[in-house]
Design a protein around this ligand. Structure first.
Ligand code: C2E
Ligand code: CA
Ligand code: CA
Length: 395
């Protein structure tokens, strides 16, 4: 629990001391215990993900729900644990508000706090922050151009497993940027920059080439799987793309039937005619197409009718927490039905808990992807993860 900072907020001094002692015994040394909400808020650094706030819900001056709203509005990057002697409804309200404000909720602890439960929650932070990405402002076009000459662009991989058997089916390649001084950066700070310049084509090519090379290494190690790569609509405006891809796959030794292209559309496409032509030719070459982020703004029904998409990926907004959210749940269910009626395979992304998993399986999805299975990881970690996953599924 090194370098984890904990802030405890409770109006009960006795409770503060008890939790502080537990945290210390777990090796957390940077602890602030407060009975005042405004002081606790003051103590928190909104941008540091290695922080946890343990917050009582019912306090005299500012209640816990209000604190949570403050954190959400301020874009708090740390994690939150709710302490409750409260009835379930207040607790649910707090969790709902936090979710809609995009807070990292680890869970709720009922009082008196159980040491093991607390430890379990904190371990989640540990495993999440191992793969956490540095927060950073947008890369400049020049930085991007330079990095693409070298090997700044690195694919991470996240498993997709069969919803019934748990068997590994595929890996999705997700782009990461190795910054010379600031660590590993996520796609949020460079994909949009690449899309607005002509660099997206080059970036997509590198992702494909590098992840196909990795596929070959796994294949040689006896691990056979599908490889999914994200392709933005912008990258499909080059008529030469399908032929380039076929050649490159051949050179890397990847049979086309193992490739899945996840089509993401972050903006309505500029040259719809060219991209439809490119998509159609990819289909003719038997490369499978997947429609990404299904259910969100630009991934619409109309594209489904135009092309034989093989797979439909249901956005995490309708998967994570859907068991306690009627609207998400019904979107999840109807997306699965739609996919099935069109003969498509469905993937639920954003499965973060056993509850999400059970709910997705009940809705009938074919594949599962999410932190509950594994966070995106470096290629070298995949074999080790797979061994662990197999023993976990057997037990
Ligand atoms: P996406 O294709 O929808 O990818 C899934 C995102 O959800 C990934 O974020 C992944 O790390 C994250 N994720 C996985 N499991 C969970 C979970 O259980 N809970 C939650 N809350 N999130 C989860 P990431 O890697 O930051 O990528 C963000 C987006 O950037 C991707 O969304 C994709 O649209 C885009 N992207 C990533 N790599 C590429 C690329 O090579 N090319 C293009 N064009 N876009 C890319
Ligand atoms: Ca994707
Ligand atoms: Ca998605």
């Amino acid at each position: 629990m090194d370098n984890l900072k904990a802030v405890i907020l409770d109006d009960d001094e006795f409770m503060l001391n008890a939790i502080q002692a537990m945290l210390e015994s777990m090796g957390v040394h940077d602890i602030e215990a407060d009975t005042s909400a405004s002081r606790a808020l003051h103590e928190l650094d909104m941008h540091n993900p290695r922080q946890v706030l343990l917050c009582d819900l019912n306090m005299p001056n500012m209640d816990g729900v209000e604190v949570i709203r403050h954190l959400g509005q301020g874009g708090f990057k740390g994690s939150v644990v709710v302490l409750s002697g409260e009835d379930g409804r207040t607790l649910q309200t707090a969790v709902n508000i936090g979710r809609t404000l995009n807070l990292q909720f680890l869970g709720a602890l009922s009082k008196p706090v159980d040491r093991q439960e607390l430890q379990g929650l904190l371990e989640q932070i540990q495993s999440k922050s191992l793969t956490a990405l540095a927060t950073h402002s947008l890369l400049s076009e020049a930085e991007l151009r330079n990095g693409l000459i070298g090997d700044a662009l690195t694919p991470y991989f996240q498993p997709q497993v069969d919803a019934r058997s748990g068997r590994l089916v595929g890996m999705e390649a997700l782009a990461r940027w190795r910054h010379p001084t600031d660590g590993m950066l996520g796609p949020g700070v460079f994909i949009s920059v690449a899309e607005e310049s002509d660099l997206i084509a080059k970036m997509t090519e590198q992702m494909l080439t590098r992840s196909m090379r990795q596929w070959r290494a796994w294949h040689e190690a006896g691990v056979d799987l599908d490889l999914s790569v994200n392709i933005s609509m912008r990258a499909l405006s080059h008529v030469g793309f399908p032929d380039w891809l076929v050649n490159e796959a051949q050179a890397a030794g990847v049979p086309l039937k193992h490739l899945v292209l996840e089509i993401t559309e972050s903006q309505p496409s500029l040259n719809a005619a060219v991209s439809s032509d490119v998509l159609a030719r990819l289909c003719l070459k038997r490369i499978r197409l997947s429609i990404d982020d299904f259910g969100t703004a630009y991934s619409s029904m109309e594209k489904l009718q135009m092309l034989p998409f093989h797979e439909l990926k249901i956005d995490k907004a309708f998967v994570h927490g859907a068991s306690s959210n009627m609207l998400s749940h019904s979107i999840l269910k109807s997306s699965v039905e739609l996919g099935r009626n069109l003969g498509m395979r469905t993937v639920a992304e954003g499965v973060e808990s056993q509850e999400d998993w059970d709910n997705a399986v009940k809705a009938g999805v074919d594949l599962i992807q999410g932190y509950f299975v594994a966070a995106p990881m470096q290629s070298e970690q995949v074999i080790g993860w797979l061994q662990q996953w197999k023993s976990r599924s057997l037990s």
